[in-house]
Ligand binder design. Structure first.
Ligand SMILES: C[C@@](CO)(OP(=O)(O)O)[C@H](O)COP(=O)(O)OP(=O)(O)OC[C@H]1O[C@@H](n2ccc(N)nc2=O)[C@H](O)[C@@H]1O
Ligand SMILES: Nc1ncnc2c1ncn2[C@@H]1O[C@H](COP(=O)(O)OP(=O)(O)O)[C@@H](O)[C@H]1O
Length: 285
């Protein structure tokens, strides 16, 4: 029986601005997101019975209907009346509740993989609409590349990829709930909104220094205030020589952009003193 494999990469937010709180409880955002080369991997295989079975080597994530990959499989199966079963093995590499959209990317990979396994031939736009039912970041994870995301994150416009550089990711041993961070966020407290046009201009000119200067995330202050270790990580990265430093999403992962290979080891080693989960990756361009 044939197996299907899908990579589920992590994302970082180069820009994250919040415009207002909406009537439906979500926040209207304006973000620029891009994928990095740190990925989970999903293996999907037909089951002889009509059931969804999920396994993982990671002991710390749910394997039932609370898992976003499971929810994705159930959604696509029910929506298109598929009467077949699937066994999904999830090789988890992306830190959980980290601001890197690991769960959303797993859901996106499950939708893409099952579209192939069950020969549903759904176009990408339809998969993105399905993904939006699972979470605000899932449509972007289906699209991949680099995109501006608006609405609650589901309205996408693909844009130029960032100039190639090293990305050092550091996640302190705390789990941050996205809902909590948005819940504590007050738009009136924002002193300076980051500029999406400025970042788009830097990307279109492939200017690494201008990209670093245009980084911004209005959720950073909420998480930094609550978890001083995130601020320490930022300071450590800057001191070690990273060219641009920002918290990703609702945190707590901080990423540092580094252009010169000889500087990467210094940043990595400095961070290893602070937290166990440090990764050096490339942008997925
Ligand atoms: C902050 C961001 C930035 O990319 O990412 P993460 O830090 O989670 O990776 C996203 O906006 C997170 O997207 P995602 O994690 O898919 O959120 P969802 O599951 O849709 O929503 C979780 C909760 O966050 C809040 N939420 C989410 C998105 C949004 N635009 N406004 C919100 O207020 C809502 O309270 C919602 O109940
Ligand atoms: N496949 C999955 N991988 C990771 N977390 C998952 C998954 N499915 C559900 N979750 C739950 O979703 C929550 C957020 O996970 P994650 O997507 O890693 O965070 P973030 O959106 O901050 O990057 C966690 O509390 C976790 O238990």
């Amino acid at each position: 029986m044939s197996k299907i494999y899908e990579k589920a990469p992590a994302k970082i937010n180069l820009v994250l601005d919040v415009l207002r709180k909406r009537e439906d409880g979500f926040h209207e955002v304006e973000m620029i997101m891009t994928m990095v080369d740190l990925a989970d991997r999903l293996e999907m295989e037909e089951l002889p019975r009509d059931q969804i079975v999920l396994s993982s080597q990671a002991g710390f994530i749910p394997l039932d209907e609370k898992n976003l990959a499971f929810q994705a499989a159930r959604l696509i199966k029910e929506r298109y009346g598929v009467k077949r079963g699937v066994y999904i093995h999830l090789d988890k590499q992306i830190p959980v509740a980290a601001g890197l959209a690991g769960g959303s990317s797993d859901a996106a990979a499950a939708l893409k993989g099952l579209n192939r396994l069950w020969d549903l031939r759904l176009p990408r736009e339809e998969l993105e609409l399905l993904g939006a039912e699972l979470g605000s970041d899932v449509p972007f994870c289906i699209r991949g590349g680099t995109a501006v995301a608006r609405g609650r994150g589901e309205k996408l416009e693909s844009v130029s990829p960032p100039p190639q550089c090293w990305v050092v990711l550091a996640k302190p041993p705390i789990n941050v709930s996205t809902a909590d961070v948005y819940g504590k966020f007050r738009v009136n407290d924002v002193k300076r909104h980051p500029s999406v046009p400025r970042m788009l201009d830097a990307l279109s000119r492939q200017s690494f220094p201008d990209m670093c200067a245009a980084l911004g995330n209005v959720l950073e202050n909420v998480t930094l205030h609550r978890y001083p270790e995130v601020r320490q990580i930022k300071e450590c990265m800057i001191k070690a020589g990273a060219d641009g430093v920002l918290m990703s999403g609702s945190g707590p992962t901080v990423f540092g952009l580094v252009s010169k290979e000889m500087k990467v080891a210094r940043v990595y080693n400095a961070l290893r003193g602070f937290c166990k989960e440090v990764f050096v990756v490339r942008m997925l361009t």
